[in-house]
Design a protein around this ligand. Structure first.
Ligand code: FAD
Length: 381
């Protein structure tokens, strides 16, 4: 049966939009089916780091994938701007993970050593920085800061503008974006291809990509796939605008291109993103003002919480179904960081019909080998 669509992407968040944009750029006829623009998405709640340091502790291929994502970001941002005229303000000055006492410094040193012990990617460049050196880069740090780790691959971006650019780009490529199309069921067809059932009717496509965030867990079994999720919640605080003083992103602090300071982001086992908890914000704000005392003088203008898309071990899942070839699943935390890889690399693999050996370690089959695997806290950094 000839299909109208080459690929149906389920989920119009950052993952679905990045993959769909990459596929449409390669000339594929793409339809994106999403629950609806009013739905709360991780893609609108994130901290907007393009962050590499510490990613992949315990899973070296993820460390490589993250470094490559950082290397691909300039070209990705350029392609988005060229197509849509939107500057997503990607910057890669390198980033610091700040330590406020000797215990934190020793723990961070162990993380850095661990990354090299497991075989860090070429040109990894992660290193510890003394307070003295830190003062040259961040002259306004507070007296409690004792040192930091530094990675030259870390950066940040305006992630909401990136999200918008991807959707504008999709439209410009002629992709068919359908909000209010919650997919209830997917049927692999005997002769190949898939029928996706929504309340608005059925949609047919030769391939299907599940990029529905935490919703992948429910959809994956429809096409013989598996996506075990363990979402967590994160809170973020935003201050009023202030003169530029923070020229490097930190793991939990960054100054946006608009001048506000974002303070992030908690990790809680609560799945209600309809509220923010003051005791959690207090801990975050306290740490931020100890890092930069000038923050004491700023008003908070916004705060929110969001639910992270998180696999059970914290590492990405990319897989193709063995029983229904042409059905793929993609889910991960760090969808901002990895957007470049999803758009420029993963999309090409999906177009070509196979994920290839390089992505084999990301198969969800790893959970069958170690069913008890639980969240790796560094993976969620
Ligand atoms: C507090 C916080 C801080 C973060 N900080 C960072 C950071 O600094 N750097 C970074 O790289 N990442 C960060 N992230 C993670 C990043 O935001 C996510 O990895 C990314 O947004 C995930 O995108 P997604 O498209 O998979 O999920 P979502 O944005 O949740 O989108 C999933 C979409 O699928 C749709 N959907 C679900 N089920 C169905 C269905 N059955 N049919 C149709 N559509 C469906 C939903 O409506 C939704 O639109 C952060 C996340 C949070 C919450």
């Amino acid at each position: 049966m000839a299909q109208v669509h080459d690929v149906a992407v389920v989920g119009g968040g950052l993952l679905g939009a990045s993959i769909a944009w990459g596929l449409a750029r390669l000339g594929q006829k793409v339809v994106v089916l999403d629950e609806g623009d009013a739905v709360r998405r991780a893609s609108r709640a994130n901290f907007a780091l393009v962050w590499v340091q510490g990613k992949g502790a315990g899973m070296p291929p993820y460390a490589n994938w993250s470094v490559e994502a950082s290397r691909q970001w300039p070209g990705f941002a350029e392609a988005l701007e060229e197509q849509t005229g939107l500057d997503v303000h990607y910057q890669r000055p390198g980033g610091f993970h700040i330590c406020l006492n000797e215990d934190e410094l020793a723990a961070r040193q162990r993380v850095v050593e661990g990354m090299y012990a497991q075989g860090a990617p070429e040109g990894y460049g992660l290193e510890m920085t003394s307070r003295e050196d830190l003062e040259k880069a961040l002259p306004e740090i507070g007296p409690e800061v004792v040192g930091a780790s530094y990675s030259p691959h870390d950066g940040h971006v305006n992630s909401l503008r990136t999200f918008r650019a991807l959707h504008e780009g999709l439209r410009a490529f002629g992709a068919d974006y359908r909000p209010d199309h919650m997919v209830d069921a997917i049927e692999p067809q005997p002769g190949g291809g898939f029928v996706l059932h929504t309340e608005q009717g059925r949609v047919e496509a030769a391939k299907v990509v599940l990029a529905a965030g935490n919703g992948n867990e429910r959809l994956a079994p429809h096409v013989g796939l598996f996506a075990p999720m363990m979402p967590t919640r994160g809170q973020i605080i935003v201050t009023e605008r202030v003169r530029p003083f923070l020229h490097y992103p930190l793991g939990t602090l960054r100054q946006t291109d608009e001048g506000t300071v974002m303070i992030g982001d908690s990790k809680e086992d609560v799945l209600d993103d309809g509220e923010t908890r003051v005791p959690v914000s207090t801990v975050m704000a306290d740490r931020a003002r100890r890092t930069f005392p000038l923050l004491n003088r700023l008003n908070v203008v916004r705060t929110w919480s969001g639910i992270r898309v998180m696999t059970r071990d914290g590492f990405p899942v990319y897989d193709q179904s063995a029983s229904a070839p042409g059905a793929f699943v993609a889910c991960c935390h760090s969808g901002v960081t990895l957007a470049s890889m999803h758009a420029l690399d993963l999309a090409r693999r999906i177009r070509d019909g196979g994920l290839g050996g390089a992505l084999a370690p990301f198969s969800a089959r790893r959970f069958a080998d170690a069913p008890e695997t639980l969240l790796n806290s560094d993976a969620a950094a």
